[in-house]
Design a protein around this ligand. Structure first.
Ligand code: SF4
Length: 375
């Protein structure tokens, strides 16, 4: 049975919904899954070029499962929330091993895969397999919180439970793929976070927030708390040919698996780092200063003080080759970089690739990317 909300939404979708996004053109479970993961926390317009590059390089689960994690992270650089890319890669390997390369058509099996939560699983089932399953992504939370005037922060369990109940009740048995896209589109195009178009909304007759004249009150924001501030030094160490020293982050934790500039305590000295690396401190000297800047994660601000230094000689070998590498964009090898590394490499002209990526992906506001979760 289709309720009035779903019926109106589907009629609206037939006329005004988005039907030509890249993941609609060839609607495979893999492409739907990838799009859903990329769309978590990220706008459609930002996702599209990332999606196109990703599927061109990894067109199916098997290709992704076989890929080097570095190459996966490289295609994610600038999108943020890197745990998504690591989970995608890990899940592809499980799917390849346990499901012969096909995404399972079963909610519990999908939920067992790394990085797939209830909403992503629902979207895969509905959009790729046409199986009735509710979704509750950010857009849908906003629509339902307003339509039913659900109070409380959607991140809290009681509010999330209430929203899931509404999501489930509205999900139709027929045309579930179209409905899933319709409710996401309504949130993105009409019931926008700011300035929703209630007059043009197909469900405004039944909308409780609209009837109360209180659309702005829903959904309630995350309870405010001041973010702690941490400080660090990042060392931009270049050899005589302009190559920069990069350090790989541990796989588990913040920026897991990405390459970044060596990062130490706020008071760390260049000489101490060189010593740690087994390099003669007399061969390096501090050069021009770079301005400090702030990178914000969901749980804290990171104030970064860059320290730039030059080595008089070509890059010396560093014993720990898994952790350190000398890198230049001329190496032509894709690697995943942290956002501050992209910024600093571009600032010292060490990376035209990074600079163009910077411009293409995030314009002038790299540091204004949505805060990353502290993973
Ligand atoms: Fe959102 Fe306004 Fe439509 Fe209610 S009437 S669902 S607040 S756009």
């Amino acid at each position: 049975m289709t309720d009035a909300f779903a019926e109106r939404l589907l009629a609206w979708y037939d006329v005004s919904g988005r039907k030509d996004l890249p993941w609609h053109r060839e609607r495979t479970p893999y492409r739907i899954w990838l799009s859903e993961v990329m769309l978590q926390q990220t706008q459609v317009t930002t996702v599209i070029p990332y999606f196109e590059r990703f599927v061109a390089r990894f067109p199916n689960v098997s290709a992704l499962a076989r890929a080097e994690l570095d190459h996966v992270l490289a295609l994610w650089t600038g999108l943020g929330y890197y745990a998504r890319a690591r989970n995608l890669h890990a899940a592809a390997q499980v799917i390849e091993r346990e499901h012969r390369g096909d995404l399972p058509r079963d909610l519990d099996a999908l939920l067992r895969l790394p990085g797939i939560g209830r909403s992503t699983a629902g979207a895969i089932l509905a959009a790729a397999f046409d199986v009735r399953a509710p979704i509750l992504d950010g857009n849908v939370k906003r629509v339902l919180a307003r339509y039913h005037a659900v109070s409380g922060y959607p991140g809290s369990k009681p509010t999330a439970d209430a929203l899931w109940r509404h999501a489930d009740a509205h999900t139709p048995i027929e045309r579930v793929a179209a409905y899933t896209q319709a409710v996401m589109d309504l949130g993105a195009l009409v019931c926008r976070r700011r300035a929703p178009d209630c007059a043009g909304c197909p469900v405004h007759d039944g909308c409780a927030a609209f009837a109360q004249g209180a659309v702005d009150r829903y959904p309630e924001p995350r309870p405010k708390r001041a973010l702690p501030v941490r400080a660090t030094r990042m060392f931009v160490l270049q050899d005589a040919s302009g190559r920069c020293l990069l350090e790989r982050r541990p796989l588990n934790g913040l920026w897991g698996g990405l390459w970044t500039l060596p990062q130490r305590d706020a008071n760390a000295e260049l000489a101490t780092l060189l010593d740690e690396l087994g390099l003669d401190s007399r061969t390096a000297s501090a050069t021009s200063t770079l301005p400090s800047f702030r990178h914000t994660f969901t749980h804290f601000h990171l104030d970064i003080e860059p320290v730039r230094a030059a080595l008089a000689a070509p890059a010396p070998t560093i014993a720990d080759v898994d952790r350190y590498r000398w890198w230049s964009s001329r190496d032509n090898e894709p690697i995943g970089l942290t956002a501050p590394a992209v910024r600093l490499l571009a600032a010292v002209g060490a990376s035209p690739v990074a600079a163009s990526l910077l411009a293409e992906v995030v314009g002038a506001s790299l540091l204004a990317i949505a805060p990353e979760p502290a993973q």
